[in-house]
Design a protein around this ligand. Structure first.
Ligand code: MLT
Length: 449
């Protein structure tokens, strides 16, 4: 790898994302001191917030990207970091939203609050389209403003007493929201792990599927497939093992299928394809990466009626209670867009965009392979998981940004198991992806590998 100035400040401040603020940030201590000169309330800071790392991964990436743009004002920065969709929403879907918005300006078309759980027609359509022959009913589908918000609503539902396992690496919201809800204890400085969270290591050696024979029982298991960040989809046999493990342990799987639309190798698109899963799993999903709704905001959570607590009480009743208390339902305009996505025309149109991103992934994968790197993901997900054995992922991130003006995400940001990897998003216009590929290829001349 090229020797170059590494952004060590990043190491310190990013480890912001690895260490609680109070331990790592003299700045934060200074602010506390300064506040003593002014007015302070008598309210103590939540110990859970004290325990949380100070910066969430994605805003930190945006901050570094901004800093880079200030240092190189003439550089054309290519953003392959945060997984944000780039292609326009198909016209038939945007028109459905526009029509719904205009209807609000008429007496006949105006509507106020809708059902907190979502428009009945949309709930039914989601059940039919994504859970055909899986026995999921519209009443078990809760429409929302996105999977990320649902993760926190589920955390609220489950309470702070439960124990949690996550894939390592994993989408950072599972761990961070667990910390906020008081499930984690101290962050262990050496290995970057919270000591009440079980990290299920996922590497090429175990086909990115955890060794369940070595995994202690927890109440909750967060599981994302296709996985963000590794881009790998669990097979039916692997999910069978997961469901059996949860059943034997009396655990609940919170299954994130936000990237299911990207599956192209026949892997299951839902946990409910596995018989018995309805007794042990909640599924969250999203229109964001499937229909370009990252800004529009629409998702859903399935809570099967069969799923119950240890005392037999149906969890769906409590989830309904949480949703009614904490959420007033997704925007009626956006839900009209969701219905349009699930029409034949809309579904074909969004599928074309998904394929476009997968072609982007192929182009980028070839570029990294040309550098001699081993590349995972891309086939069933819009993310590549690129291995640089022995390297620090934060240094790699800084190296690549410095030399190519391409933003990626350091694997370490997704947990200790992400060290020596970077995640590369395939969202972007084709010309930008081709330019990124060229820039990466030119690194060979710089002896990058
Ligand atoms: C990502 O993994 O890049 C996310 O989807 C971005 C986010 O949720 O903010």
């Amino acid at each position: 790898m090229l020797k170059q100035t590494v952004d060590y400040a990043f190491q310190a401040s990013s480890c912001v994302s690895l260490q609680p603020k109070s331990k790592l940030h003299p700045e934060s201590l200074k602010r506390v001191k300064e506040n003593k000169n002014g007015h302070c309330t008598k309210v103590m800071r939540s110990v859970n917030m004290e325990n949380l790392t100070s910066v969430y991964l994605f805003p930190e990436i945006s901050r570094r990207e901004y800093e880079h743009s200030q240092r190189y004002p003439n550089a054309k920065i290519i953003k392959l970091g945060i997984g944000d969709t780039s292609e326009p929403i198909p016209e038939c879907i945007a028109s459905a939203m526009a029509k719904q918005a205009l209807a609000l300006s008429t007496v006949e078309g105006y509507s106020g609050y809708g059902d907190e759980q979502g428009n009945k027609a949309l709930r039914k359509r989601i059940a039919e389209k994504f859970y055909k022959n899986m026995g999921i009913k519209g009443e078990e589908v809760f429409v929302s403003d996105g999977a990320q918000c649902d993760i926190s609503r589920l955390q609220m539902l489950l309470g702070s007493h439960v124990t949690v396992a996550v894939q390592d690496p994993s989408f950072p919201a599972y761990i961070d929201s667990s910390v906020i809800f008081g499930r984690a204890r101290n962050l262990q400085g050496q290995n970057g792990k919270y000591d009440r969270i079980v990290y299920m290591k996922c590497t090429p050696n175990n086909d990115f599927f955890p060794d369940l024979s070595n995994t202690p029982r927890t109440d909750i298991i967060f599981f994302c497939s296709p996985n963000n960040p590794t881009g790998t989809a669990a097979s039916a046999a692997q999910l069978r093992r997961l469901v059996d493990f949860a059943t034997a342990n009396g655990s609940i799987i919170v299954y994130d299928s936000s990237y299911a639309a990207y599956i192209s190798d026949g892997s299951p698109t839902s946990i409910y394809q596995i018989p018995g899963a309805k007794q042990v799993a909640i599924e969250i999903s999203s229109f964001s990466k499937f229909a370009g709704f990252t800004g529009v905001r629409l998702g859903w959570t399935v809570v099967p009626e069969e799923l119950s607590y240890s005392n037999g009480f149906p969890i769906i009743k409590d989830y309904d209670r949480i949703v009614c208390t904490c959420f007033n339902g997704a925007s009626n305009i956006v839900q009209a867009g969701g219905l349009a996505c699930l029409s034949d025309e809309g579904f074909q149109a969004v599928s074309r965009v998904v394929n476009y991103y997968k072609e982007n992934a192929n182009i980028l994968a070839e570029a990294f392979r040309g550098l001699g790197m081993v590349v995972y993901g891309g086939q069933n997900a819009p993310y590549l998981w690129v291995h640089f054995p022995g390297s620090s992922s934060w240094e790699l991130f800084a190296d690549i940004l410095e030399k190519t003006h391409i933003v990626t995400i350091p694997g370490r940001g997704f947990g200790p198991g992400g060290e020596s990897y970077i995640r590369v998003s395939s969202f972007g216009h084709r010309e930008t992806i081709l330019e990124a590929s060229e820039r990466l290829t030119s690194l060979r001349k710089l002896n990058f590998n």
